[in-house]
Ligand binder design. Sequence first.
Ligand SMILES: [Zn+2]
Length: 96
Amino acid sequence: MVCPVCGTRTEPIKTWNLVSPLPDAKGRITITVMGSFECPKCKHRWRGVVSKLKVGGSSIEVETGRGKKKVADEEVVREKPEIIELDLEDILSEEE
Ligand SMILES: [Zn+2]
């Protein structure tokens, strides 16, 4: 992020996520990464959006200052998470 006062490139001191409670028209949830900045040159402080993530639907999209970037295609997102079933008794008996 660039300082709005003097134009010095500034890295965020702190970042946090804001999750939109409502999905957009495509059923995606928007996660906004907010940042707290302090310019190293003029000490100006401000808050701004670092990036936006759109999760769900058919793709994951990341929006940064440089533009949108699609980070996952449909196949990746549609892949079901692997569920590993563990039997607790089996684990405990192995430790004996
Ligand atoms: Zn500045």
